[in-house]
Design a protein around this ligand. Sequence first.
Ligand code: ATP
Length: 152
Amino acid sequence: MKYGRQISSGGVLYRSAADVYEVALIKPRGGRVYALPKGLIDAGEDPEETALREVREETGMDGEIISPLGYIRYYYYSREEDTRYFKLVHFFLLRYLGGSEKDHDREVEEVVWVPAQEALGLLAYKGEKEVLARALDILNEREDEGGDGREG
Ligand code: ATP
């Protein structure tokens, strides 16, 4: 068995709807679980650029960065490569600017906008749930401060 490292970056894309925030989740093709959009950082890219690019590619929608959300780490084994990967994924809070979830790429089976509380229950991985919880804390703080978190 070989060992490898991967670094990805992704986003919690949100918009406000009626009384709640909604966030965009993806279902990777062939997958059975919901996840946050993300992907490998390309050479020369910084994590912010990757988050914006991957969110655009995977969900078909554009966002602007509001805040960093830290990173998560996990290990997984790739059978095809007989490799055990250590993976680190940065995440950012992104405010929805435009575009349609219908324009998601072919690697993604489905993109859904769901109320944030529901999204907490749909996300499969503990690390991603924690990232979303952090995002909601930030949005609620912004609201308390009279920030513009609920606009647009
Ligand atoms: P990327 O989206 O960064 O291009 P990928 O789609 O190639 O990556 P991952 O999403 O990292 O790959 O999935 C690789 C393996 O790790 C899969 O078996 C997946 O179920 C698992 N995995 C994905 N995210 C997590 C997580 N947050 N915690 C634990 N395991 C995860």
